[in-house]
Design a protein around this ligand. Structure first.
Ligand SMILES: Cc1cc2nc3c(=O)[nH]c(=O)nc-3n(C[C@H](O)[C@H](O)[C@H](O)COP(=O)(O)O)c2cc1C
Length: 331
């Protein structure tokens, strides 16, 4: 965990809010990491003790001493990644009565992430004092590249995140001082769906197409010629759900794999293979229209700032066609 040491002359700590806070994040392609760092910078401007930590580096004992705990992650499959759910349910301890906030980055569909994470954190005994979401670039092998939301988070997003961080500390101080009226409630039902859209409804899919979408990930094949296990364990070390064991068959545990494609994307030798072509073929004119409409609706509500013109969305050039694995480097 890093303590914040702003460059330049030493600051006057006596003017800062006396509070110990932590920002915990999970990030695979860097979007949530950038937002988390900006939130942390904002919090550090107004509070005297703030740290930032990757979710993987936080152990149970770490949280007992914090007054304010922020937790952020990418949206996966319209909700929180499984490792984030496990973290909240099993790793977070001694957090009753503390303040918390949640944040995420996502492509077009934030979906149920905030509703679920806020509920899970409340169930752990935290008082949730805020939440926020930002668009982020998308690097899924079968998705168009450029994607609708590429270019986010940009400087404007990061300035917002910094401001959000400052606000969370200031709000927390006031609530601890007795201003309970400042505790917000998450919008419900239609109001929630308007703010945090799910995927477009009404795209017609055959049973075969549904099955194809569902199997992505754990139907990978490991090319034994290319795989350098046990000398190389990059996929094992970076699998968020610890679902890979290359010494058994099948090597990817179907029941726990969160279908994130990270192993296939980061393998230094491209030894984890998958045929993306059939999945990409599912995308037809109907699907393109639906996705386009969701982006336009979000834009018209002022939720989405488009940086990639619609005509440049790379439907014919999905991410996997741009680069052979390794496409991503583990963070
Ligand atoms: C497995 C997977 C599933 C995803 N599912 C969604 C989704 O349901 N809705 C969405 O808007 N974005 C989705 N995304 C896009 C990510 O939320 C987005 O790229 C995010 O900013 C990534 O954050 P990171 O760079 O911190 O890993 C998904 C990405 C992955 C890898």
């Amino acid at each position: 965990m890093d303590d914040h040491h702003p460059a330049g002359s030493p600051r006057d700590d006596s003017a800062l809010i006396k509070m110990k806070s932590i920002v915990i994040y999970y990030s695979q392609t860097g979007n949530t990491k950038k937002i988390a760092e900006a939130i942390y910078a904002g919090m550090s401007e107004v509070s005297d003790k703030c740290v930032i930590a990757r979710l993987q580096d936080v152990d149970t004992g770490d949280l007992a001493g914090y007054d304010l705990i922020g937790l952020g992650a990418p949206v996966w499959h319209r909700r929180e990644p499984a490792n984030v759910m496990n973290f909240i349910e099993y790793t977070m301890n001694a957090v009753e009565g503390k303040h918390g906030f949640a944040f995420c980055t996502h492509g077009l569909y934030p979906g149920r992430f905030l509703a679920r994470v806020v509920m899970l954190l409340i169930q752990r005994g935290l008082t949730i004092i805020g939440w926020n979401n930002w668009y982020g670039s998308v690097f899924l092998p079968e998705k168009p590249k450029p994607y609708f939301t590429d270019g986010h988070p940009d400087e404007i997003d990061l300035a917002e995140a910094r401001d959000f961080g400052r606000k969370m500390v200031e709000r927390s101080r006031r609530i601890y001082a007795g201003e309970d009226g400042l505790i917000p409630s998450l919008p419900q039902g239609r109001e929630y769906d308007e703010l945090y859209p799910g995927p477009p409804r009404g795209i017609h899919r055959t049973t075969e197409q549904r099955e194809l979408i569902g199997i992505r990930a754990f139907e990978y094949s490991i090319n034994k010629e290319k795989c350098a296990y046990p000398k190389c364990t990059v996929c094992i070390d970076n699998c968020p759900t610890h679902s890979i064991n290359l010494s058994v068959s099948p090597p990817i545990l179907k029941d726990t794999c969160d279908r994130c494609s990270y192993c296939e994307q980061i393998c230094p030798r491209g030894a984890i293979e998958f045929d993306w072509e059939p999945i990409v073929k599912i995308v037809d004119e109907d699907a393109i229209r639906h996705f386009t409409r969701v982006s336009e609706e979000a834009e018209s509500k002022g939720l989405f700032r488009r940086l990639v013109p619609l005509k440049d969305v790379g439907w014919k050039t999905p991410w996997y066609t741009h680069k052979k694995p390794p496409r991503l480097k583990p963070l």
